[in-house]
Write a protein that binds this ligand. Structure first.
Ligand code: SF4
Length: 232
């Protein structure tokens, strides 16, 4: 029986993106392949702690079901959930059977893993990781392939870019151009980095939004609401 490394399972209100305000069960997978400089779940990356529980499919489904009352969907989040794609492939049919829609929160890089499970996913919340924001290399090609998989399968999705005090205009422009070339009316959310709110990131988002409007009309600015509400 397959097992997953799970950081935590809890019910809360989604604070980001298109479905902000929706009640969800959050199933947080342990481990991430990235090291974004502003990561708000460092305990789930795997660098500083091995704090997770090995759980069977049956245990995960049972806990998720017990928390699911009045929820919109189950957020498969992390870390990077697609690192445990074999487990997710087994989990999704069981979620469908229990009428619990799957909302995938991902760094938007692991397109091969996404291809394995996309048919069972209902909503994709995908990040675009810009080198000037994350402090890592660029992933433009991977992001393009990831978007292709979503579009080929006609899934509900939106793309989120975290804007930090270090984010450069050229990166935002590149992200917007890629997205616009794939889907002109795609929802693009500029999310000011919560840790940098006192460092002019809201003004930056304002400027970037005006710039993006020309090529991607559905660009919005939205902070992490759950941080303002002081909930998980
Ligand atoms: S992809 Fe997400 S979990 Fe991974 S390091 Fe970046 S912000 Fe943290």
């Amino acid at each position: 029986m397959s097992k997953a490394q799970i950081s935590e399972i809890f019910q809360s209100i989604q604070g980001e993106g298109k479905y902000a305000g929706a009640r969800q069960v959050f199933l947080r997978f342990f481990g991430c392949h990235m090291h974004c400089s502003w990561c708000d779940t460092p305990e789930s990356i795997g660098d500083t702690t091995r704090n997770y529980k090995e759980m069977t499919l049956k245990e995960v489904v049972s806990q998720v079901k017990s928390l699911y009352k009045d929820c919109h969907s189950v957020s498969l989040t992390g870390g990077e959930p697609l690192l445990q794609v074999d487990f997710i492939a087994q989990l999704l049919p069981l979620m469908k059977k229990a009428k619990m829609p799957a909302y995938l929160e991902t760094s938007g890089v692991l397109h091969k893993a996404l291809s394995q499970v996309i048919k069972g996913v209902d909503v994709v919340s995908m990040d675009i990781k810009m080198p000037s924001s994350t402090g890592e290399r660029a992933f433009w090609k991977e992001h393009e392939k990831f978007i292709d998989v979503i579009l080929q399968n006609k899934k509900d999705f939106f793309i989120k870019a975290v804007v930090s005090s270090k984010t450069e205009k050229a990166d935002i422009l590149k992200a917007a151009k890629i997205l616009s070339s794939k889907k002109k009316d795609a929802l693009f959310i500029l999310q000011p980095n919560t840790f940098d709110l006192g460092k002019g990131v809201v003004q930056k988002c304002d400027d970037f939004q005006r710039m993006c409007f020309k090529i991607l009309p559905n660009t919005r600015v939205m902070p992490q609401m759950h941080k303002f509400m002081k909930i998980r």
